[in-house]
Design a binder for this molecule. Structure first.
Ligand code: SAH
Length: 406
């Protein structure tokens, strides 16, 4: 049975685009299309040909987005039926076997969009709840099939749908799906509780940031945990206290969670409560600071405060190409202010999730800033993506983090 029960549209692509698709690039912009045999609706199947009408691949049409086609398959002709989709998902799950089999971790990214060959579709798991996050309206006509496939393969209790602002603004977006909502299973009352490396966390898939939690930092949180024993830790841009919990559970002397969002800090408090049966968590003083990170760091420095470890994990600073110079300056400012409150010989953890800033540029900015501040970094580790956030194409690389003693 066909998985995508929409119209097929024949599309001839410009030569450079054909080359990119053959190399596995998942995005086609409208200027890459030479001809198409009829008008397409969101979610229609684009059958891709080269100039000589040779088959190139198959994509999902989104005429309401600058990325007009997202490529699902390239190579030999295939039928994208339910079996094809199941096989694709089995391969995607295979990469995550270690996580799927880990009883101590029940929150992770099951499908990472273009990086897993399903462009525009992210699926996060929080214990028995799955969250579908659509970055294109093109998946909307295929939602019922997706729900039934994931019910078959994963048996979740419920599925939540989240769409980004651009998708919600698309003319063809159904009114009842513009807001995050449960599309399968019981309504959500309160947060979902899940495990990460044995620690309990709550996530709010409907009202939280992203799909409710920053699953991508799991491995870095574990690294912070290992370095935290006996340390005073300042977690800047803490969100719901992920890094803070790991630090406390590994015997930190004290932990401070600093974020601009009050609901995020309230959730951080709840997360400490959820784990208070662990002696280290119960014993670690946890301070909450609701403030702008840049201002708060300056005030802390003025007050002469010092910490043994400072974690800087800001939101993306570069949403578009033109933001890059400003973003690099902001990282510089942040590192400088972070170092001002770091004990001599303390550990600086500096992360960036700006996909437009390559890892090397970020690492250079951090190390150069530290050196210029008279606190050259003795690098402990530089890290990128966890296994459930694979890098499938250049634009898919966004996360980088540097650990160093200053
Ligand atoms: N480290 C977190 C994820 C951080 S996401 C984790 O492991 O889960 C970025 C966080 O920065 C969000 O919680 C957001 O509320 C916060 N934020 C954004 N701008 C801020 C600012 N100017 N000052 C302080 N926090 C800010």
């Amino acid at each position: 049975m066909k998985f995508f029960a929409t119209e097929n549209i024949s599309v001839r692509l410009a030569a450079p685009v054909v080359r990119a698709v053959k190399k596995g690039h998942p995005w086609i912009f409208d200027k890459g299309i030479l001809t198409q045999n009829k008008a397409a609706r969101p979610g229609d199947m684009a059958i891709l040909y080269d100039q000589k009408r040779k088959f190139v691949g198959i994509g999902l049409f989104d005429p309401e987005s600058p990325i007009i086609i997202r490529v699902l398959h390239h190579g030999k002709p295939v039928t994208l039926d339910t079996e094809w989709m199941k096989e694709k998902l089995r391969n995607i799950f295979q990469v995550r076997t270690e996580l799927i089999n880990d009883p101590e971790t029940t929150g992770y990214r099951l499908v990472s969009g273009e990086n897993d060959g399903l462009p525009g579709l992210v699926v996060d798991r929080y214990d028995d709840t799955l969250v579908f996050k659509l970055d294109t309206i093109a998946w909307m006509p295929h939602l019922d099939q997706l729900v039934s496939l994931f019910r078959d393969l994963i048996h979740p209790e419920r599925i939540v749908l989240r769409i980004n602002r651009t998708v919600a603004a698309a003319p063809s977006c159904p009114d009842n799906l513009k807001q995050a909502c449960v599309i399968y299973g019981p309504e959500l009352v309160g947060p979902v509780i899940f495990l990460e490396n044995g620690l309990k966390f709550e996530a709010e898939p409907i009202i939280g940031q992203k799909t409710g939690f920053f699953l991508d930092q799991r491995d870095n949180r574990a690294r912070v945990g290992k370095l935290s024993q006996g340390q005073s830790v300042l977690n800047v841009f803490s969100y719901t206290g992920g890094f803070s919990l790991y630090a406390a559970s590994n015997g930190a002397k004290s932990v401070t969670s600093l974020d601009l969002s009050k609901p995020a800090l309230e959730a951080a408090l709840n997360n400490f409560q959820l784990n208070k049966h662990l002696p280290n968590i119960a014993d670690t003083p946890h301070v909450l600071m609701c403030d702008d990170a840049f201002d708060a760091l300056r005030k802390l420095a003025d007050d002469g405060k010092k910490y043994d470890m400072v974690i800087l994990d800001p939101p993306s600073f570069a949403r578009k190409q033109g933001d890059i110079p400003g973003a690099l300056k902001a990282y510089e400012r942040l590192v400088k202010r972070g170092l001002n409150v770091l004990e001599k010989g303390g550990v600086l953890v500096s992360a960036s999730c700006s996909s437009r800033i390559p890892a090397d540029d970020f690492f250079k900015t951090v190390t150069r800033t530290a050196a210029m501040a008279g606190r050259p970094l003795k690098i402990i580790e530089k890290t990128t993506h966890a296994i459930d956030h694979p890098i499938g194409f250049p634009e898919g690389a966004y996360l980088k983090c540097i650990f160093g003693k200053a």
